[in-house]
Design a protein around this ligand. Structure first.
Ligand SMILES: Cc1cc2nc3c(=O)[nH]c(=O)nc-3n(C[C@H](O)[C@H](O)[C@H](O)COP(=O)(O)O)c2cc1C
Length: 338
């Protein structure tokens, strides 16, 4: 079941969250190819995009992904409008505004979740973005700045009045950063204020979480971020389980290994091998964690392979370690099946 955002339709109700430094083009491609309902770029500084800074433009690559959303951050109406125009020229299907980022370098420059401290200013940015856009504009926020100022319902309502067509709420305040547990129930107060679709976010790590998030928040869909670490295809699996029941097929370990190798190769071609080898390390670390969770490898072997992968300075060497891991994992699967 899809969600309508203005004139665009998502593929289903489970979206990949934007995550700077993680959801780059290779990650998004695998998530999309394997059934994510919607994928969003990493946060892009509107001013830098408007000035066509090469690294920002690269982060907006859409390739075969559709629908594709570009997320803009910023604090000035002029640059939000200019950034929105460039984002559209780059072919995005919708623009998301970031009012949720808690990082000090972002809130310090009065962007991200700092905008929740001044709703008049936040709405002026929404208005400027909507005015400059022919594609739908969406908004991602937290519950508020801190526990004393939970204003997501008010911001959401005012944003809808200003033309926003979908709201995502991460069930934490800015001051919580990523601590504690996301409050899914608190997101329900936003649902009461708006008639556009609402997406709940925060701590969705399993199909049971996703169902509970939707139940408690009353949201129309969910967005999953860290739950997809080391498994970009997980978003699509959640969507299928939500639609067709928990009995639907999950990727086998062999299929996962094939995807890990594909993901590695995509990272090398997108980032180039010099940077790519370093960028890939965190993903390889999460891969090992996921394989351990599924008992696909023994802890001592995992440690040995992880050390080799982290030390590999050449893509070809890392790929040969991945091929070795694939064989080990195949052996484990065969032994378990016997
Ligand atoms: C490493 C990292 C980078 C993030 N970058 C962004 C970003 O660029 N834009 C954004 O709106 N949220 C960003 N977030 C927040 C996530 O989109 C999401 O709201 C948050 O992680 C909670 O969802 P989760 O528990 O499913 O991960 C980031 C989170 C993490 C962990």
């Amino acid at each position: 079941m899809s969600i309508q955002i203005g004139h665009i339709k998502t593929r289903n109700k489970v979206f990949l969250a934007p995550m700077s430094g993680i959801t780059d083009l290779p990650f998004r491609q695998i998530a999309h190819e394997h059934g994510a309902g919607l994928v969003i770029s990493e946060m892009i500084a509107s001013k830098e995009l408007a000035r066509s800074r090469a690294d920002m433009v690269r982060k907006t690559r859409k390739d075969n992904i559709s629908p594709f959303v570009i997320q803009l951050s910023g604090r000035e109406q002029h640059w939000m409008a200019e950034g929105a125009k460039v984002a559209q020229d780059l072919g995005c299907d919708a623009i998301d505004i970031n009012m949720g980022c808690p990082a000090r370098q972002v809130t310090g420059s009065l962007s991200g979740s700092a905008l929740m401290r001044n709703l008049d200013h936040a709405i002026s940015l929404v208005e400027a973005t909507v005015e400059a856009s022919s594609v739908p504009v969406t908004l991602k926020m937290r519950l508020g700045w801190d526990e004393e100022t939970i204003n997501a319902p008010e911001l959401a309502k005012r944003a809808e009045d200003a033309g926003v067509q979908l709201i995502t709420v991460h069930g934490r305040t800015r001051c919580q950063f990523y601590k504690g547990k996301a409050d899914w129930q608190a997101i329900a107060a936003v649902k009461e204020q708006i008639s556009i679709p609402l997406i709940a976010n925060g701590d969705g790590n399993s199909i049971d979480d996703v169902k509970q998030m939707m139940k408690l928040s009353g949201a129309d869909g969910v967005m999953v971020g860290r739950g997809a670490y080391g498994r970009p295809w997980f978003i699509g699996e959640l969507a299928e389980q939500l639609d067709k029941g928990t009995g639907t097929a999950r990727k086998t370990i062999q299929q996962q290994m094939t995807l890990y190798i594909e993901h590695y190769q995509l990272m090398m071609s997108f980032h180039g091998t010099q940077f790519g080898v370093r960028i890939a390390r965190k993903h390889l670390g999460w891969m090992i964690t996921r394989l351990l969770e599924q008992k696909a490898i023994a802890p001592n072997i995992a440690k040995e392979i992880q050390t080799k992968l982290m030390r590999a300075n050449e893509a070809s060497l890392a790929l040969s370690h991945l091929a070795e891991l694939e064989k080990i994992v195949q052996g484990t699967q065969t032994r378990c099946a016997a």
